[in-house]
Write a protein that binds this ligand. Structure first.
Ligand SMILES: *[C@@H]1O[C@H](CO)[C@@H](O)[C@H](O)[C@H]1NC(C)=O
Ligand SMILES: *[C@@H]1O[C@H](CO)[C@@H](O)[C@H](O)[C@H]1NC(C)=O
Ligand SMILES: *[C@@H]1O[C@H](CO)[C@@H](O)[C@H](O)[C@H]1NC(C)=O
Length: 289
């Protein structure tokens, strides 16, 4: 290469600097808090140095039982300015219950700029299973009778009940759930079209979950599968909300924007601290922009 050409090449390289990584916003789950995500921040710093990572420190621990629409409002106030200061867009990593908060947030934000929405073992189509959390919170109830409590106005003031999805009382769920069934537009409402359009602004939806989770029940809820009335798990693509494309799931799939990643050997509390999970399922989505 003649010296002149090398100079031109060097100049060109200087003029096209590498774009920075898009900021990452993290939303925590039930009974945990921002400080539980230090390791995830380290992982991101290791593979994507310089990334601005914000773990939203709101509704920590027992505050995470507040109703989900209330939490969505709170998280919106914290996250909107981060989005506004990132013209190239942001990525979101939303863990467990946080996955439902993120979906509520994005469905109701007409101007959000989320590139990858990474749902980390989130009960996206709801929860129907006994867990230690439930036993501790509602010692007098088991999964078969919790609907008596959850499908009431008082019950719906607790986050857990907002996505309690009892397959044996589907009508009652539709009538009483004021979060999940509304967010899914399982019955049409005045915001259905707007929310669907807003949600579909994301570029990629990444659904991470696995059979050894032990909390999300059925675990396939993390990938929009759920029980039918006989407690047989039906795949996402057999779900009514998918088939009728009530909130954009089918459209995202048709656009090639939906990725489901199934990982074995990970218990619910370990998803965000597992280096292999981060490397195999998360890091490649955290692009520059
Ligand atoms: C990221 O990693 C570098 C190198 O190990 C370290 O110096 C820096 O403090 C880390 N930054 C954050 C925000 O953790
Ligand atoms: C649900 O609401 C509809 C309309 O208000 C009512 O007719 C129906 O009986 C309700 N179903 C249940 C199971 O409560
Ligand atoms: C971490 O994830 C891998 C799968 O990527 C799994 O085999 C392993 O058991 C997990 N370790 C923990 C402590 O969760």
């Amino acid at each position: 290469m003649p010296p002149g050409a090398a100079l031109v090449l060097a100049a060109a390289l200087c003029l096209t600097p590498v774009k920075p990584y898009k900021p990452v916003v993290v939303v925590h789950g039930l009974f945990d808090s921002a400080e539980d995500f230090g390791l995830l921040q380290d992982f991101i710093n290791r593979t994507h140095p310089g990334t601005r990572v914000t773990v939203i420190d709101l509704f920590d621990d027992s505050q995470s039982l507040k109703s989900l629409w209330r939490q969505v409002e709170g998280f919106r106030t914290a996250i909107a300015p981060i989005m506004a200061s990132a013209p190239g867009g942001v990525h979101m990593i939303c863990y467990s219950q946080g996955g439902l908060i993120c979906r509520g947030l994005l469905s109701t934000m007409p101007d959000h700029n989320v590139d990858a929405l990474i749902s980390l073992s989130a009960p996206q189509l709801g929860q129907y299973g006994d867990t230690d959390y439930l036993k501790w919170l509602f010692p007098n109830y088991v999964k078969t009778n919790l609907f008596h409590f959850c499908y009431t106005e008082f019950g719906q003031s607790f986050s857990i009940c907002n996505y309690w999805n009892d397959p044996h009382h589907h009508d009652l769920y539709l009538n009483s759930s004021d979060y999940l069934s509304v967010l899914n537009s399982e019955q049409p409402h005045p915001n259905t079209a707007d929310w669907k359009r807003n949600f579909m602004r994301i570029r990629n939806l990444v659904l991470i979950g696995g059979p050894d989770d032990g909390v999300i029940t059925p675990w396939q809820s993390s990938q929009f599968g759920f029980y039918n009335e006989n407690e047989v798990v039906m795949d996402m693509r057999k779900q009514l909300v998918y088939l009728a494309d009530t909130f954009g799931l089918k459209s995202l799939d048709a656009r090639g924007a939906l990725t489901a990643l199934t990982v074995g050997g990970v218990q619910h509390v370990n998803w965000h601290t597992n280096w292999t999970v981060y490397q195999d399922c998360i890091q490649s989505w955290l692009t520059r922009g």
